[in-house]
Design a protein around this ligand. Sequence first.
Ligand code: SAM
Ligand code: DTB
Ligand code: SF4
Length: 326
Amino acid sequence: MPAAAPTDTACPTRSQVAELYRQPLFALIEQAHEVHRRHHPGNQVQLCRLLSIKTGGCPEDCAYCPQSARHATAMPAGKLMDPQTIAAAAKQARAEGATRFCMGAAWREVKDGREFDQVLEAVRAVAALGLEVCCTLGMLNARQAERLAAAGLTAYNHNLDTSPEFYGQIIHTRGYADRLQTLENVGRAGISVCCGGILGMGESEADRIGLLHQLANLPVAPESVPINALVPVPGTPLAARPPLAAFDFIRAIATARILLPRAKVRLSAGRLSLSPEAQALCFYAGANSIFTGEKLLTTPNPETESDLALLAALGLQPAPGAANPQ
Ligand code: SAM
Ligand code: DTB
Ligand code: SF4
């Protein structure tokens, strides 16, 4: 008997999430696949493209992140990219099949002024290309969220990263409550919430369950859930973490799919360390999006050609969107 699947409105308890997560792997995957088939067009994977529009020099101390100024990652602080250059990159991404474009900045928080105005201009330009537009710029206040919504932003990415209990071992410069506040500001402005986490940072199984429980109980249900495997970067405090077991990654994807049936579950960072077979199981278990292009924000990602070959081998198609109708 599969574990009882709470619906996405049922506010599952932590023990219900644990029960789902701890099922025998095949029972879990089977249940997730069934939920996936019920809520999503079969055999489609959305291609998204990331662009780091402001790289490095970040004042936060996130232990996993190569862009923190506090780690010895030899990543110099760059300047904000101008809106024309960003729009050109988005156009290129669209030509390569992406339907969603996500801009990331190594900021602790958004500050009002010229740079934010430039980001708003970039959002308008990317939206005009017919792409879904996402930003991840750190903390946002309510007014800034409203301005992003008015510029045409589809979604805002702000991750919880891990369980509330493990969070303090990873980040000391802002709290879990700060993250939840930004997510609330995003949701209230009518922007879709994109919120996920990272596996493989040294957290326990209970922490993974804790993260999934939080994601399933956000006041505004996320329409997008990026599940990242840690990309260990030399110079960061997590550089020597042992690689994540692929089955643990698949377990988290499947549980997210069951808990958030309508969300896009994104197989995000860390695909270079996952075999094609492990990625195939992720798709079967409910992942329906990947980031394509040779770079994520600052770290390497599989070549687009090899990703397209993997999808073709599995009989999966890039999902059409307004930017790339098929
Ligand atoms: N500064 C903003 C913030 O933290 O909200 C936006 C950019 S930040 C790089 C976006 C997300 O990337 C983080 O929340 C984290 O989940 C993910 N990330 C960063 N470094 C990573 C790594 N080495 N491996 C996996 N995911 C990572
Ligand atoms: C997310 O959860 N994963 C993406 C996106 N949101 C912004 C970022 C992954 C970054 C991986 C590390 C890097 O390339 O710098
Ligand atoms: Fe800064 Fe974001 Fe990296 Fe944290 S994850 S150090 S906030 S860029």
